[in-house]
Design a protein around this ligand. Structure first.
Ligand code: NAD
Length: 293
C-alpha cells in the first residue's frame, strides 16, 4: 500500500514555484500578488487565511489582507472587490468562504474578475474547465490531479467514483477527469444516491468529498482501489491539547489495509489546495504581464 503524501507533492510544487517566482520578480520587477478578504471571525476561516498569507511570504509573493467586520454590507464588500479588480498590482483575489448569512456568496464570486479568480469559482472559469479550455481550476481538484500525476496513477479508462457534488470539489473534479487525455469514466454520487456501496465497490479510484468523519468503510472499497480522501472533519479528542483531532471522510485504518494507495488526513489533499492556489496566482501574474507586453 502506498501512502500518497500530499505533503511531499506540495513541498515539491512549492519549491518549483519559489524558483519560478524569483525568475518572475527578476523579469518584471514586481511580485505576484494575492489579495485575501476575510469577513468576520470564524476560527476555521482565520486559520485558512493565515496559512495562505504564510505561503505567500514563504514564496516571496506580495499579499494584501483585508479583515472586514461581520456586519459589512454587500455593497461595501462589492466595492472592495471592484477596487481590487482595478488594482494592477493584484493578480489574484480570494474571498474566504463561507460568508455570513446576510451576504450573497454567488454575487461575490461573480463580482471577482475572471482573470483574477484564482479560486476558479467564477462561472466563466467553471464553464471553460468543462469544455476543456485554459482557465483557473478550483484548487482542491487541481491538487488531486497533481497527486495522481506525481505518483503516476493512470486515469485512462478507469472507473472513478466521486462522492460529493459540491461546486468546489465534486463537480470540477469530474470535469477534469472526463477531459480528453485524462479519459476516466466518472460517476458522481451524492446524498440522494441509492446504491452507493455498489458504486464505490466498482471504483478503481474513489474520491471522497462528503464532510462526514469515517464515512467510507472497508466494505465499500474493492482491493487495489486508489482512495483520495478530501474530507476535513474535527472529532472530539480529549487526549489532544486543543480537544479535537482532524480526520478525513475515510476510515483510514481499515481502508488503508485493503487498498493499493490512499491519501492520509492530515498530510494529504489539504496541503495541495494551498500549493495550487499559489500556482494559480503565479499563472495569473504571468498572464497579466504577457497581456500587457
Ligand atoms: P459540501 O458540504 O458542499 O458537499 C458535501 C457533499 O456530500 C454533497 O454533495 C452531498 O450530496 C454529499 N453527501 C452528503 N451525505 C452523503 C451521503 N450520505 N451519501 C453520499 N453523498 C453524500 O462539501 P465540500 O465543500 O465539497 O467538502 C467536502 C469535504 O471536503 C468537507 O469535509 C470539507 O471540509 C472538505 N474539503 C477539503 C478541502 C481540502 O483542501 N482538503 C477543500 C474543500 C473541502
Amino acid at each position: 500500500m502506498v501512502v500518497l503524501s500530499g505533503k511531499e507533492v506540495a513541498n515539491s510544487k512549492l519549491e518549483e514555484l519559489k524558483s519560478k517566482t524569483q525568475s518572475f520578480i527578476e523579469k518584471y520587477n514586481r511580485k505576484p500578488t494575492l489579495a485575501v478578504i476575510l469577513v468576520g471571525e470564524d476560527p476555521a476561516s482565520q486559520t485558512y487565511v493565515a496559512s495562505k498569507k504564510k505561503a505567500c511570504i514563504k514564496l516571496g509573493y506580495g499579499h494584501k489582507d483585508y479583515v472586514l467586520d461581520k456586519e459589512v454590507t454587500q455593497k461595501e464588500l462589492n466595492s472592495l472587490v471592484d477596487a481590487l479588480n482595478e488594482d494592477n498590482s493584484v493578480d489574484g483575489i480570494l474571498v474566504q468562504m463561507p460568508l455570513p448569512k446576510h451576504l450573497n456568496e454567488q454575487e461575490v464570486i461573480e463580482r471577482i474578475r475572471s482573470d483574477k479568480d484564482v479560486d476558479g469559482f467564477h462561472p466563466i472559469n467553471v464553464g471553460k474547465l468543462l469544455i476543456g479550455l485554459d482557465c483557473f481550476v478550483s484548487c482542491t481538484p487541481k491538487g488531486i490531479m497533481a497527486i495522481l500525476d506525481y505518483y503516476h496513477i493512470e486515469t485512462q479508462s478507469k472507473n472513478v467514483v466521486i462522492i460529493g457534488r459540491s461546486n468546489i470539489v465534486g463537480k470540477p473534479m469530474a470535469s477534469l477527469l472526463i477531459q480528453k487525455g485524462r479519459d476516466a469514466t466518472v460517476t458522481i454520487a451524492h446524498s440522494r444516491t441509492k446504491n452507493l456501496k455498489e458504486l464505490t465497490k466498482s471504483a478503481d479510484i474513489l474520491i471522497a468529498a462528503i464532510g462526514r468523519a469515517n464515512f467510507v468503510t472497508a466494505d465499500m472499497v474493492k482491493e487495489d482501489c486508489v482512495v483520495i480522501d478530501v474530507g476535513i472533519n474535527r472529532v472530539e479528542d480529549s487526549s489532544r491539547k486543543r480537544g479535537y483531532r482532524v480526520v478525513g471522510d475515510v476510515d483510514y485504518q481499515n481502508v488503508s489495509a485493503k487498498v493499493s494507495a490512499i491519501t492520509p488526513v492530515p498530510g494529504g489533499v489539504g496541503l495541495m489546495t494551498i500549493a495550487m492556489l499559489m500556482e494559480n496566482t503565479l499563472e495569473s501574474a504571468i498572464m497579466h504581464e504577457e497581456k500587457d507586453n
